[in-house]
Unconditional design. Sequence first.
Length: 294
Amino acid sequence: MCGIVGIYLKTKKFEKNLGKMLSGMLNNMESRGPDSAGFAIYKNSDKKEYKYSLCINNLDFTKFKKDISKKNRNLKLNQYSDHVIVKTEEKLKKFIKLINKEFPEVSIVGYGHSIEIFKQVGNPKDVVKKFNLKSFSGTHGIGHTRMATESAITTDGSHPYSTGEDECLVHNGSLSNHNNLRRELKKKGNIFTSENDTEVAAGYVSNSLSNNKSLKNTLVSGLKDLDGFYTFIAGTRKGFAVVRDEIACKPAVIAETKNYVAIASEFQAMAHLPDVNNAKIFEPEPGIVYSWGN
Protein backbone atom coordinates (compact mmCIF):
# COMPACT_ATOMS: atom_id res chain seq x y z
CA MET A 1 0.00 0.00 0.00
CA CYS A 2 1.40 3.36 -1.10
CA GLY A 3 0.00 6.82 -1.69
CA ILE A 4 0.22 8.67 -4.98
CA VAL A 5 -0.75 12.28 -5.66
CA GLY A 6 -0.59 14.72 -8.53
CA ILE A 7 -1.78 18.18 -9.45
CA TYR A 8 -1.85 19.86 -12.87
CA LEU A 9 -2.62 23.57 -13.11
CA LYS A 10 -4.79 24.59 -16.05
CA THR A 11 -4.16 28.30 -15.41
CA LYS A 12 -1.38 30.38 -13.84
CA LYS A 13 -3.60 31.35 -10.91
CA PHE A 14 -2.09 28.87 -8.44
CA GLU A 15 1.46 28.44 -9.81
CA LYS A 16 3.02 30.21 -6.79
CA ASN A 17 1.04 27.92 -4.49
CA LEU A 18 1.81 24.61 -6.23
CA GLY A 19 4.26 23.48 -3.54
CA LYS A 20 1.85 24.35 -0.75
CA MET A 21 -0.96 22.45 -2.44
CA LEU A 22 1.23 19.41 -3.13
CA SER A 23 2.72 19.36 0.38
CA GLY A 24 -0.76 19.13 1.89
CA MET A 25 -1.57 16.22 -0.41
CA LEU A 26 1.60 14.33 0.58
CA ASN A 27 1.08 15.02 4.28
CA ASN A 28 -2.42 13.57 4.07
CA MET A 29 -1.06 10.40 2.41
CA GLU A 30 1.23 9.67 5.36
CA SER A 31 -0.91 6.74 6.51
CA ARG A 32 -0.47 4.98 3.16
CA GLY A 33 3.32 5.22 3.10
CA PRO A 34 5.41 5.92 6.22
CA ASP A 35 8.75 4.62 4.88
CA SER A 36 9.76 7.26 2.34
CA ALA A 37 8.39 10.08 0.22
CA GLY A 38 9.28 12.09 -2.83
CA PHE A 39 7.99 14.59 -5.34
CA ALA A 40 8.64 16.02 -8.79
CA ILE A 41 8.01 19.67 -9.61
CA TYR A 42 7.71 20.95 -13.17
CA LYS A 43 8.48 24.57 -14.00
CA ASN A 44 8.59 26.67 -17.15
CA SER A 45 12.35 26.98 -17.65
CA ASP A 46 15.05 28.11 -20.05
CA LYS A 47 15.12 25.54 -22.84
CA LYS A 48 18.86 26.07 -23.35
CA GLU A 49 19.61 25.12 -19.76
CA TYR A 50 19.46 21.62 -18.28
CA LYS A 51 18.67 20.92 -14.66
CA TYR A 52 20.04 17.89 -12.83
CA SER A 53 18.53 16.70 -9.56
CA LEU A 54 21.31 15.10 -7.53
CA CYS A 55 21.33 13.39 -4.16
CA ILE A 56 24.83 13.90 -2.75
CA ASN A 57 24.11 11.51 0.15
CA ASN A 58 26.83 11.94 2.81
CA LEU A 59 29.06 14.31 0.83
CA ASP A 60 29.69 17.78 2.22
CA PHE A 61 27.98 20.30 -0.06
CA THR A 62 30.77 22.88 0.14
CA LYS A 63 33.36 20.31 -0.86
CA PHE A 64 31.16 18.92 -3.62
CA LYS A 65 30.59 22.41 -5.01
CA LYS A 66 34.31 23.13 -4.96
CA ASP A 67 35.25 19.82 -6.57
CA ILE A 68 32.63 19.88 -9.34
CA SER A 69 33.40 23.54 -10.13
CA LYS A 70 36.97 22.49 -10.89
CA LYS A 71 35.60 20.11 -13.54
CA ASN A 72 33.08 22.56 -14.99
CA ARG A 73 33.07 26.28 -14.24
CA ASN A 74 29.73 27.06 -15.89
CA LEU A 75 27.46 25.59 -13.24
CA LYS A 76 24.84 27.03 -10.89
CA LEU A 77 24.14 24.96 -7.78
CA ASN A 78 21.26 25.22 -5.29
CA GLN A 79 21.25 23.05 -2.16
CA TYR A 80 18.13 21.50 -0.63
CA SER A 81 19.28 19.40 2.33
CA ASP A 82 21.16 16.45 0.78
CA HIS A 83 19.87 17.23 -2.71
CA VAL A 84 21.39 19.67 -5.18
CA ILE A 85 19.88 21.18 -8.32
CA VAL A 86 22.61 21.84 -10.87
CA LYS A 87 21.85 24.13 -13.80
CA THR A 88 24.07 24.14 -16.86
CA GLU A 89 24.03 24.31 -20.64
CA GLU A 90 26.33 21.28 -20.70
CA LYS A 91 25.01 18.45 -22.87
CA LEU A 92 23.26 15.59 -21.09
CA LYS A 93 25.61 12.74 -21.92
CA LYS A 94 28.73 14.73 -21.06
CA PHE A 95 27.46 15.89 -17.67
CA ILE A 96 26.04 12.50 -16.68
CA LYS A 97 29.38 10.91 -17.61
CA LEU A 98 31.16 13.46 -15.42
CA ILE A 99 29.00 12.65 -12.39
CA ASN A 100 29.25 8.89 -12.83
CA LYS A 101 33.03 8.98 -13.28
CA GLU A 102 34.14 11.62 -10.78
CA PHE A 103 31.38 11.40 -8.14
CA PRO A 104 30.22 7.75 -7.94
CA GLU A 105 28.66 8.33 -4.51
CA VAL A 106 26.25 10.88 -6.00
CA SER A 107 22.85 9.70 -7.30
CA ILE A 108 21.30 11.31 -10.38
CA VAL A 109 17.64 11.52 -9.36
CA GLY A 110 16.34 13.23 -12.49
CA TYR A 111 17.19 15.64 -15.29
CA GLY A 112 15.66 17.79 -17.98
CA HIS A 113 14.72 21.37 -18.80
CA SER A 114 11.69 21.53 -16.51
CA ILE A 115 11.77 18.81 -13.84
CA GLU A 116 13.19 18.90 -10.31
CA ILE A 117 12.96 15.75 -8.17
CA PHE A 118 13.46 15.29 -4.44
CA LYS A 119 13.06 12.06 -2.47
CA GLN A 120 14.25 10.57 0.78
CA VAL A 121 13.54 7.90 3.36
CA GLY A 122 11.50 8.85 6.43
CA ASN A 123 8.02 10.00 7.34
CA PRO A 124 6.42 11.99 4.50
CA LYS A 125 5.78 15.00 6.74
CA ASP A 126 9.47 15.10 7.62
CA VAL A 127 10.50 14.78 3.96
CA VAL A 128 8.12 17.58 2.93
CA LYS A 129 9.56 19.81 5.66
CA LYS A 130 13.17 18.80 4.91
CA PHE A 131 12.94 20.02 1.31
CA ASN A 132 10.63 22.97 2.13
CA LEU A 133 8.14 21.85 -0.51
CA LYS A 134 5.72 24.64 0.45
CA SER A 135 8.10 27.18 -1.06
CA PHE A 136 8.06 25.68 -4.58
CA SER A 137 6.19 27.11 -7.53
CA GLY A 138 5.46 25.41 -10.82
CA THR A 139 2.97 24.21 -13.40
CA HIS A 140 2.38 20.65 -12.17
CA GLY A 141 3.69 18.21 -9.62
CA ILE A 142 3.62 14.53 -8.70
CA GLY A 143 4.28 12.90 -5.32
CA HIS A 144 4.50 9.55 -3.58
CA THR A 145 4.48 8.08 -0.08
CA ARG A 146 5.90 4.57 0.13
CA MET A 147 5.14 1.52 2.18
CA ALA A 148 8.03 -0.75 1.19
CA THR A 149 7.13 -4.29 0.14
CA GLU A 150 9.49 -5.76 -2.45
CA SER A 151 12.72 -3.74 -2.17
CA ALA A 152 14.90 -1.90 0.34
CA ILE A 153 13.99 1.32 2.12
CA THR A 154 16.58 3.60 0.51
CA THR A 155 16.63 6.83 -1.45
CA ASP A 156 17.25 4.82 -4.63
CA GLY A 157 14.20 2.71 -3.77
CA SER A 158 11.96 5.75 -3.34
CA HIS A 159 9.62 7.35 -5.88
CA PRO A 160 9.29 9.25 -8.18
CA TYR A 161 11.43 7.36 -10.69
CA SER A 162 12.87 9.26 -13.62
CA THR A 163 14.51 7.32 -16.44
CA GLY A 164 14.25 9.90 -19.22
CA GLU A 165 14.47 13.63 -19.85
CA ASP A 166 11.69 15.53 -18.01
CA GLU A 167 9.92 12.23 -17.28
CA CYS A 168 8.84 10.62 -14.03
CA LEU A 169 6.48 8.00 -12.68
CA VAL A 170 4.89 7.09 -9.33
CA HIS A 171 3.16 3.81 -8.63
CA ASN A 172 0.82 2.19 -6.14
CA GLY A 173 0.78 -1.58 -6.60
CA SER A 174 3.14 -4.26 -7.84
CA LEU A 175 4.27 -5.75 -11.15
CA SER A 176 4.67 -9.50 -11.57
CA ASN A 177 6.75 -9.44 -14.78
CA HIS A 178 9.25 -6.72 -13.88
CA ASN A 179 12.29 -9.04 -13.87
CA ASN A 180 11.73 -10.21 -17.45
CA LEU A 181 10.90 -6.69 -18.58
CA ARG A 182 14.03 -5.32 -16.90
CA ARG A 183 16.18 -7.75 -18.90
CA GLU A 184 14.48 -6.73 -22.14
CA LEU A 185 14.90 -3.03 -21.44
CA LYS A 186 18.57 -3.45 -20.50
CA LYS A 187 19.15 -4.94 -23.95
CA LYS A 188 17.68 -1.73 -25.38
CA GLY A 189 20.09 0.41 -23.36
CA ASN A 190 18.09 1.22 -20.23
CA ILE A 191 20.08 1.54 -17.01
CA PHE A 192 18.54 0.70 -13.64
CA THR A 193 19.85 1.72 -10.21
CA SER A 194 17.49 -0.26 -7.97
CA GLU A 195 15.55 -3.52 -7.77
CA ASN A 196 12.25 -1.65 -7.53
CA ASP A 197 9.55 -2.73 -9.98
CA THR A 198 8.44 0.89 -10.41
CA GLU A 199 11.78 1.80 -11.97
CA VAL A 200 11.09 -0.86 -14.61
CA ALA A 201 7.70 0.72 -15.36
CA ALA A 202 9.39 4.12 -15.65
CA GLY A 203 11.96 2.59 -18.01
CA TYR A 204 9.17 1.12 -20.11
CA VAL A 205 7.55 4.56 -20.38
CA SER A 206 10.78 6.42 -21.26
CA ASN A 207 11.75 3.77 -23.82
CA SER A 208 8.38 4.14 -25.51
CA LEU A 209 8.49 7.96 -25.44
CA SER A 210 11.98 7.89 -26.98
CA ASN A 211 10.40 6.07 -29.93
CA ASN A 212 8.01 9.00 -30.47
CA LYS A 213 5.01 7.33 -28.88
CA SER A 214 2.72 9.67 -26.93
CA LEU A 215 2.39 9.32 -23.17
CA LYS A 216 -1.26 8.33 -23.51
CA ASN A 217 -0.54 5.66 -26.14
CA THR A 218 2.41 4.42 -24.07
CA LEU A 219 0.18 3.82 -21.05
CA VAL A 220 -2.46 2.17 -23.24
CA SER A 221 0.19 -0.25 -24.53
CA GLY A 222 1.34 -0.80 -20.96
CA LEU A 223 -2.02 -2.30 -20.08
CA LYS A 224 -1.05 -5.41 -22.03
CA ASP A 225 2.72 -5.31 -21.44
CA LEU A 226 2.81 -4.62 -17.67
CA ASP A 227 1.36 -7.46 -15.60
CA GLY A 228 0.16 -6.77 -12.09
CA PHE A 229 -2.05 -4.55 -9.99
CA TYR A 230 -1.30 -0.85 -10.28
CA THR A 231 -2.24 2.77 -10.51
CA PHE A 232 0.34 4.96 -12.24
CA ILE A 233 0.76 8.71 -12.53
CA ALA A 234 3.30 9.53 -15.24
CA GLY A 235 4.62 13.04 -15.84
CA THR A 236 6.26 14.86 -18.73
CA ARG A 237 7.25 18.49 -19.32
CA LYS A 238 3.81 19.19 -20.78
CA GLY A 239 1.55 17.48 -18.24
CA PHE A 240 0.65 14.13 -16.75
CA ALA A 241 -1.56 11.08 -17.11
CA VAL A 242 -3.08 8.46 -14.81
CA VAL A 243 -4.06 4.86 -15.47
CA ARG A 244 -5.38 1.98 -13.39
CA ASP A 245 -5.00 -1.62 -14.48
CA GLU A 246 -8.09 -3.39 -15.81
CA ILE A 247 -8.89 -5.03 -12.45
CA ALA A 248 -8.43 -1.71 -10.62
CA CYS A 249 -8.00 -2.92 -7.06
CA LYS A 250 -5.71 0.04 -6.31
CA PRO A 251 -7.76 3.13 -5.43
CA ALA A 252 -7.66 6.52 -7.09
CA VAL A 253 -9.86 9.60 -7.20
CA ILE A 254 -9.76 12.67 -9.45
CA ALA A 255 -10.99 16.19 -8.65
CA GLU A 256 -11.21 18.61 -11.58
CA THR A 257 -12.02 22.32 -11.54
CA LYS A 258 -11.57 25.09 -14.10
CA ASN A 259 -8.16 25.86 -12.53
CA TYR A 260 -6.62 22.45 -11.81
CA VAL A 261 -6.82 18.67 -11.92
CA ALA A 262 -5.84 16.76 -8.78
CA ILE A 263 -5.30 13.01 -8.42
CA ALA A 264 -4.79 11.01 -5.24
CA SER A 265 -5.17 7.53 -3.80
CA GLU A 266 -7.80 8.89 -1.40
CA PHE A 267 -9.96 12.01 -1.38
CA GLN A 268 -8.61 13.08 2.01
CA ALA A 269 -5.39 14.09 0.24
CA MET A 270 -7.33 16.74 -1.70
CA ALA A 271 -9.70 18.02 0.98
CA HIS A 272 -7.59 21.17 1.58
CA LEU A 273 -7.43 22.24 -2.08
CA PRO A 274 -9.17 25.49 -3.10
CA ASP A 275 -12.75 25.14 -4.35
CA VAL A 276 -12.51 21.35 -4.17
CA ASN A 277 -16.11 21.08 -2.93
CA ASN A 278 -17.25 22.44 -6.30
CA ALA A 279 -14.96 20.16 -8.31
CA LYS A 280 -16.04 17.34 -10.57
CA ILE A 281 -15.00 14.34 -8.48
CA PHE A 282 -14.83 10.89 -10.01
CA GLU A 283 -13.02 7.57 -9.85
CA PRO A 284 -10.96 6.75 -12.95
CA GLU A 285 -12.36 3.78 -14.85
CA PRO A 286 -10.32 0.56 -15.05
CA GLY A 287 -8.07 0.32 -18.11
CA ILE A 288 -8.68 3.91 -19.23
CA VAL A 289 -5.88 6.47 -19.58
CA TYR A 290 -6.73 10.01 -18.46
CA SER A 291 -4.31 12.69 -19.67
CA TRP A 292 -3.93 16.44 -19.19
CA GLY A 293 -1.53 18.77 -20.99
CA ASN A 294 0.11 16.07 -23.13
